[in-house]
Ligand binder design. Structure first.
Ligand code: PCA
Length: 328
């Protein structure tokens, strides 16, 4: 009996030591996200975080901070690159002014449905992933916003009717669209959109039904034109140094959960797209397709922008477009 005691004691001490080792390795990652807590991207990000925490047995705990509460949208990429936060989510095309390739999903009328958006992403992903890797960032997953349409405070029948409006932009492509339509662009994060509309800083914008719904824009605006111009993506990414500190098993778990988050988030976006438009209408907005003249004018602007994008994006951009077109 007594001879076995040291063995048992040894086992207990051993177990306690390995528990202590696990506790010492446990990591907590803060994850800044730019959009409202109620937004579907943020909800999806929270599920991703929770699933990682569960699947790693608490070894890696991810805590989401939505609504730009930890870092504002336009600060998130820098915060991750400099290691102020290990993981975050941002609108990919917001970095188009830094590298034109990041704007591949915001070329008007290039990919106008969920199906086309998935193909375009498949064509672009290797290049985007490599571009991020060169910036010390690891791409985890992306989810598209529903198709982009135009919001106004009056009826718009042709591009000329937009002249002089103050147009809220969320990246350089949307600012360029404003310029080409004779409007004044003003860069505003979704988190500040309601206030910008209420104070008259902006009186029009392009976005999904999702953001119109999140920001209750029916309180100021009256018309939505459902033009399906493009489907921009949010992406979730990790600082490479933080990533390299994880052990191989944990990295595999994060990769697996990210894959499911991409599928779930994309399905949600598609499921909700028309529901959001229904909500805009239920709250009094006139939701309709663009008339023929407006559509033709927008397509002309789109063609100009696609040409400008191609010139700037050079051969890397051309390979993406060629790969995308070959999938059709
Ligand atoms: N909502 C975001 C980006 C695209 C979208 O649908 C926004 O308006 O900021």
């Amino acid at each position: 009996m007594s001879a076995r005691l040291p063995l048992i004691t040894g086992a207990i001490v051993g177990a306690a030591m390995s528990l202590a080792a696990v506790a010492a390795q446990a990591e907590k990652w803060d994850m800044p996200m730019a959009y409202a807590d109620s937004n579907f991207h943020t909800q999806n990000g929270k599920l991703f975080a929770e699933a990682v925490t569960i699947a790693t047995g608490g070894k890696l705990e991810i805590v989401v901070h939505g609504g730009g509460s930890l870092f504002k949208g336009n600060q998130i990429k820098r915060a991750i690159q400099t290691g102020q936060a290990p993981i975050g989510e941002r609108l990919l095309s917001a970095h188009q002014n830094e590298n034109i390739l990041f704007g591949v999903d915001s070329v008007p009328f290039l990919a106008t449905s969920f199906e086309a958006s998935a193909k375009l992403w498949k064509a672009a992903k290797p290049t985007i992933e490599a571009t991020l890797a060169a910036q010390n960032l690891v791409l985890l997953y992306t989810v598209p916003w529903p198709p982009q349409g135009l919001y106004f405070k009056k009826e718009i029948n042709k591009v000329a009717d937009m002249k002089g409006l103050k147009f809220r932009a969320y990246n350089s492509a949307t600012a360029r669209l404003a310029e080409l339509a004779g409007m004044q662009p003003v860069q505003i994060e979704a988190a500040e959109l309601s206030q910008a509309l209420a104070t008259g800083v902006a009186n029009s914008f392009v976005s999904s039904g999702s953001t119109g719904y999140d920001r209750k824009v029916w309180e100021q605006l009256t018309h939505f034109y459902d033009v399906n111009a493009w489907l921009p993506r949010n992406y979730v990414f990790v600082n490479k140094d933080a990533w390299d500190k994880l052990d191989g098993d944990t990295r595999n778990i994060v990769r697996g959960v990210a894959l499911m988050a991409e599928q779930a988030g994309t399905a949600k976006s598609e499921q909700l797209a028309n529901w959001y438009l229904g909500q805009l209408a239920a709250n009094g907005m006139k939701v309709q397709p663009a008339g023929t003249q407006l559509q033709a004018g927008l397509e002309e602007i789109g063609a100009t922008m696609a040409g400008e994008w191609s010139v700037k994006a050079g051969s890397k951009g051309q390979s993406i477009i060629d790969a995308f077109k070959a999938m059709k």
